[in-house]
Design a protein around this ligand. Structure first.
Ligand SMILES: [Zn+2]
Length: 137
């Protein structure tokens, strides 16, 4: 799985670039089942978060492991055109970090859901409810 053919890579790219990727829909369904109201893709907020919960002042990003350099097997960088990919992926990472920092400055709390977590939806539900409904004390 580490070395994708260029065809597989471009399939992956076109899939990930689509705004309504499957992982996002999975997370939306979970939130919906948990009874949360949310908005989608607020372009006025830094980084244009995938899911916005205005009442909670919280935002959620659903990130593809490859494009956002997750520290997991799916986030491994290609072994060809190394410089090209490093530039591109580092730029993504910087953009992400700037967006998180700006959101924090504006008083928003940020949660990242990684694509690879979606293999275990119980875990994701737990992460979501911890984030949205923290237990005090
Ligand atoms: Zn991952």
């Amino acid at each position: 799985m580490d070395k994708l053919s260029s065809q597989a890579r471009s399939n992956l790219m076109s899939r990930v670039k689509n705004a309504n990727t499957k992982p996002e829909i999975i997370v939306r369904r979970l939130l919906h089942k948990m009874g949360y109201r949310f908005r989608l893709h607020n372009k006025k907020l830094p980084g244009s978060p995938d899911i916005v919960l205005p009442r909670h002042q919280k935002v959620i990003f659903i990130h593809g492991c490859f494009w956002h350099s997750h520290d997991c097997s799916r986030g491994k960088r290609p072994t060809t055109r190394v410089e090209f990919w490093n530039d591109k992926l580092d730029a993504n990472k910087n953009r992400d970090n700037n967006a998180y920092a700006s959101l924090h400055d504006l008083g928003w709390q940020v949660l990242i859901i990684w694509e690879c977590w979606l293999k275990d939806l119980d875990k994701v539900s737990g992460v979501l409810s911890d984030f949205l409904n923290p237990v005090n004390g």
